[in-house]
Structures are given as structure tokens and as C-alpha cells.
Ligand binder design. Structure first.
Ligand SMILES: [Zn+2]
Length: 275
């Protein structure tokens, strides 16, 4: 699936689906599981399907993909991004930049195919410096647990063919009207990308929200995939407050496809309304 598109100044931003994956609300951490069941109306074993989205920014001679999907590493319900790009007439070698929100299997494994060949041979891969150091450069022995070590190994494979075309950044405007804002916790260099133009803006906020049906009502709910859950909660609240105050549009990797919306305060929590 691809589309719809939003226009932000001279840019067009189009949502592309990589597919969906199955999880459960039992992946929450640091909260009372009774409470998550009550909010969601689901048991701890009920299946929950989450979207994996990527976003294509086109304009000003730029064709930048925000995140690269799962590749062929997460089963048959995922890995659809290359096909969906092809169906929209987007050739992989026409992608000028991959702007990563973070390095996790569902965001960066799609940089390469199963042979380790780069999917986007001409793209400059752009990632926060902390993120690269944590997943790609850190000694494997420093992994917090086995799953993290596996992710570190896969990250190394994904970046290997891009070694001469990887740009490590810190916060700020990276391309005209395309701004990186670190929002750490889910991962150390997790980043929101904001597109601005003509007084309008869209924040592509990566994994600020995984389960909208839980975390909008209670942003203190973290996940076992958060490297630093307390920091992830603080970052989530900051971006929810910021986007609710600005009334800027947001796009999320795990919000139901196409993943666009506006954040609004509601009671002690938030809601996301469609664009
Ligand atoms: Zn994710």
C-alpha cells in the first residue's frame, strides 16, 4: 500500500506500508498489567497487530525515505516496502537519502536484501551519531541481553555496504526544511524528522508511540523494546506536548496506516485525529 500524500511547502510526503506484525500487550513494562488490560479491553495473550510504515519525502531534487522497513527478516506479513515502492514507480536507485528514525530491525534491516546487497545503492544513509555508536560500533560484549546483541549484529550487516555513504548527524536542519530532533529512550539516538515549509509542518516521530490504544491514554506505558524506558516516557510526553501545542501534523511508524494525524489533549491523555 502507498499513499495518501501530504503537501508541506515544496515537499510531498507519502506513506508506504512495510506490512504489519503481531504482538501482545504483554510486551509492556513498568506498569500494572491489570491497568493495560482494562484500558485496552484485551487479555495479555490477545493478538495485537501493529503497522510498520515508512514515509517518502519528495521535492527540491530530493527523494528521501524515512526508514527502510524490515527487509526479509521478520516474516511474511512484513517486508512489503520494496514491492509497494515499485508499485508506485519508485526505483530503489532513485532514492537519494534514507533518513533513519533509529536502528531497530523494523526500521533498518530493509537497508539490505538477504544476500547483504544494498537495496538503495545510491542513497546517503543518515543517522544520529549516538545511534550508530550504540548499535554498530559498540563492542558486542556490551549488549544488555541476547536480543540486543542480535540487533547489533544485524545492524552491522545492514550498514556494511553503506560504509562510504553513511552520514552521522546531531540535531538540526539536515536538508532544506528537513530537521532532525533527537528523542532518546526507545533507543539512544531515536530521532524525529520534521518537514517544514510555507508555515506548515509534519513531524515523522518514529516510535514515539507503539500502541496508540494504550499510550495515548497513558503515556507512562513503556515497552520491553525500549532501551531506556524512563527516558522513552519522558521523550514521548515531550513530543506529545509539543505537537499538541503546535497543532503540527505527525506521522508514526506504528500508527495504523497511513499513520498521519494531529495530536490533541484529552483528559489526562491525548488522542490522535486524522488529517
Ligand atoms: Zn519500531
Amino acid at each position: 500500500m502507498s499513499g495518501p500524500s501530504l503537501t508541506i511547502g515544496d515537499y510531498t510526503v507519502t506513506a508506504f506500508s512495510d506490512g504489519i506484525f503481531q504482538t501482545t500487550i504483554d510486551t509492556t513494562v513498568g506498569v500494572d498489567k491489570q491497568m493495560t488490560q482494562k484500558i485496552s479491553g484485551k487479555s495479555l495473550t490477545d493478538p495485537v497487530w501493529l503497522a510498520v510504515n515508512a514515509f517518502l519525502i519528495e521535492g527540491k531534487g530530493i527523494r528521501a525515505l524515512v526508514d527502510a522497513g524490515t527487509g526479509d527478516t521478520m516474516g511474511p506479513s512484513l517486508g512489503k516496502l520494496p514491492e509497494n515502492l515499485a508499485n508506485a514507480g519508485i526505483a530503489p536507485d532513485s532514492i537519494s537519502h534514507i533518513l533513519l528514525t533509529h536502528i531497530h530491525p523494523d526500521h533498518s534491516n530493509g537497508l539490505i536484501d538477504s544476500d547483504g546487497t544494498p537495496w538503495f545503492p545510491k542513497a546517503e544513509v543518515v543517522v544520529q551519531d549516538e545511534e550508530y555508536r550504540f548499535w554498530v560500533e559498540r563492542d558486542l560484549g556490551e549488549a544488555h541481553h541476547e536480543r540486543q546483541r542480535g540487533n547489533m549484529q544485524r545492524a552491522r550487516a545492514a550498514f556494511a555496504p553503506y560504509s562510504k555513504q553513511t552520514t552521522r548527524i546531531s540535531d538540526g536542519e539536515f536538508l532544506p526544511g528537513i530537521i532532525a530532533q533527537k528523542s532518546p529512550g526507545h533507543t539512544p539516538g531515536h530521532t524525529a524528522w520534521t518537514i517544514e515549509g510555507d508555515g506548515d509542518s509534519l513531524m515523522i516521530w518514529g516510535d514515539t508511540i507503539h500502541m496508540a490504544f494504550l499510550q495515548l491514554q497513558n503515556p507512562d506505558i513503556a515497552f520491553q523494546f525500549d532501551v531506556d524506558p524512563a527516558q522513552a516516557i519522558a521523550s514521548r510526553k515531550r513530543l506529545l506536548d509539543q505537537t499538541a501545542a503546535d497543532r503540527s501534523r505527525i506521522a508514526g511508524m506504528h500508527l495504523d496506516f497511513p499513520g498521519f494525524g494531529y495530536v490533541k489533549r484529552q483528559g489526562s491523555g491525548y488522542v490522535i485525529e486524522g488529517v
